[in-house]
Design a protein. Structure first.
Length: 370
């Protein structure tokens, strides 16, 4: 019976998510006060409690716990990196990021939101809003340079990127990486060493050697594709994630925690061997932004879609694998529907977050007119 240990792992993860949500909520209230939009704080949910409960009582989280999956450990390391970056605890953030990357490779893309969190701080409205607010309050006609100085010195919003924690992060990440690799070399001394470990872990993920059915899409695609084109499509699929990093980071650099959620959702959708534990993580992180995403479209459709896929997937798997009364298309259809639901969730959440920022700008302009 291994689930008690996994349960405590999920419990620690939920506590870290709750602590992260509390920090985001306090920072959000401070930002609204600085923008003189205190009325926007009315009716706000405690997103830390909400996100932790969503993660802990999510049926997908419970399934991974009962199934004694290693996904809770991966999720813990990811949340540890995010929490460490939010709290400016650089060694903790570096440890979480190194371990998450070592265990499942794809969390390596979290380097972008972690650096933004350490450099700029927690999520905030776009910097232009603070400049606009300061220009509204400035009645003496001072220059824009003076306004920017006021924004950085009086409002407490860090517009300048701080390189000091980034240097510490790189140093600590190097130390933890060397430590992990050193322990791996000692442990695998009689098993062809470090190169064999990397070939059978990260190499296994990148080459998609095992085509056993899973909730993802790559197993079906590479089972059908000609071997001549296999290398080409491997490169295309793996670079697909990397191509999305820069545009999203540029557009959402003022909301690095939300960017981390988007990256985790993208990785869950596009990784070689996804699991329901990946969805449990990003759905828990989604709860951190319940206030900003309150006006998101199609929430009921997405909820019903996730419930439907969760129920149909094991049924189709049983019909195909165990009973032999179905075929691969039965099960692949549920995986395709699952990918479509994740795509809609990502697009709608990003669109709603951007609309939320535009709404704040309109409210600030309305105050200026008054």
């Amino acid at each position: 019976m291994e689930y008690p240990h996994i349960f405590f792992t999920d419990l620690i993860t939920a506590m870290l998510i709750r602590a992260t949500g509390r920090r985001l909520l306090v920072k959000g209230c401070q930002n609204m006060q600085l923008l003189n939009l205190e009325n926007a704080d009315q009716g706000k949910l405690d997103t830390g409690d909400l996100a932790s409960l969503v993660f802990l009582w999510n049926p997908l989280t419970i399934i991974t716990c009962v199934g004694s999956s290693t996904s809770p450990i991966d999720n813990l390391m990811v949340v540890l990196a995010i929490y460490g970056a939010c709290s400016r605890i650089v060694p903790l953030a570096a440890f979480g990021w190194v371990m998450a990357t070592h265990l499942s490779l794809y969390p390596a893309i979290l380097i972008v939101p972690v650096i933004l969190l350490l450099g700029y701080g927690l999520d905030a409205p776009p910097p232009k809003l603070f400049l606009l607010k300061n220009s509204n309050a400035d009645e003496s006609g001072t220059s824009k340079h003076v306004n920017e100085h006021k924004v950085t010195s009086q409002t407490g919003i860090a517009q300048l990127f701080s390189w000091k924690p980034i240097i510490y992060f790189v140093l600590w990440a190097s130390i933890w990486s060397c430590y992990v690799l050193f322990l791996s070399v000692i442990t695998l001394k009689g098993f062809n060493g470090l190169s064999e470990m990397l070939r059978k872990t990260h190499g296994f993920i990148l080459t998609v050697e095992d085509l056993s059915p899973n909730i993802g899409l790559l197993w079906y695609f590479f089972a059908e594709v000609f071997d001549f084109f296999r290398s080409f499509f491997l490169i295309v699929f793996h670079l697909n994630i990397l191509f999305m990093i820069l545009p999203l980071a540029i557009r959402l650099n003022h909301r690095p925690c939300f960017l981390a959620f988007v990256f985790m959702a993208l990785a869950s959708m596009l990784k070689s061997y996804p699991s329901v534990g990946d969805s449990a993580l990003y759905l828990g992180l989604l709860g951190l932004f319940a206030n900003e995403l309150a006006e998101m479209h199609f929430p009921f459709f997405l909820f019903c879609g996730y419930v439907g896929v969760s129920l149909l997937s094991p049924v189709m798997h049983n019909l195909w694998i165990w009973r032999g009364t179905g075929n691969a298309n039965f099960y692949f259809a549920t995986g395709l529907g699952y990918a479509c639901l994740q795509t809609v969730l990502i697009v709608e959440s990003v669109s709603t977050m951007l609309n939320h920022d535009r709404k704040l700008r309109k409210q600030l302009s309305h105050h200026k007119i008054q």
